[in-house]
Design a protein around this ligand. Structure first.
Ligand SMILES: [Zn+2]
Length: 175
């Protein structure tokens, strides 16, 4: 069994309202690395010619395009953050740059949303590959890895069906 792993760097900002009195309670930023691990749904022997599980560029093209165009330099907020009201009323032109997670935008929530998104993109392109792990390095010493089904850990309360993270498009919110 082979695993393909791709890493991409992005910059982001967020705040965690549940940790309001701590350092994460004020908007602040991180330079993060996301690594996705992909494996074939139907593992087979190498064919003795091309010997590829899947061409790397095909597997990562849409995923990295989404990270680069939408996630990089996004502001990440939970649905109840009053900053959303501020942007709705004062700077609506910036709403498309705000990534909204169900609950606080912790690295855990982001990893599960990323797992759902990359899975939706792969399914949409008819890929034989499936995502087995998403790991986000939020600082050089802290990494959160998720494997399993995102539906088991994310609520969709207050979001449309399907929410942005389940859709194979470039969305990062449902504002
Ligand atoms: Zn942070």
């Amino acid at each position: 069994m082979f695993t393909l792993a791709f890493t991409r760097r992005f910059s982001m900002s967020h705040r965690l309202l549940a940790l309001y009195d701590g350092p994460c309670g004020i908007p602040h930023g991180h330079n993060e690395y996301v690594t996705v691990k992909l494996a074939s749904r139907h593992p087979a022997p190498l064919d003795g010619e091309g010997n590829l599980v899947a061409p790397f560029h095909e597997a990562k093209q849409r995923w990295h395009a989404w990270i680069d165009k939408r996630v990089d330099h996004s502001l990440q907020l939970g649905p109840s953050d009053p900053l959303l009201t501020y942007f709705r009323e004062q700077e609506p032109a910036q709403l498309h740059r705000i990534l909204v997670t169900p609950g606080d935008p912790s690295t855990e929530a982001l990893a599960a949303c990323f797992m759902a998104k990359v899975s939706a993109l792969l399914a949409d392109q008819g890929s034989d590959l499936t995502c087995t792990e998403v790991a986000i390095q939020e600082t050089p010493t802290n990494t959160v890895a998720f494997h399993g089904h995102p539906d088991a850990v994310l609520t969709t309360n207050g979001f449309p069906d399907p929410p942005w993270w389940q859709r194979p498009d470039d969305s990062i919110n449902d504002l």
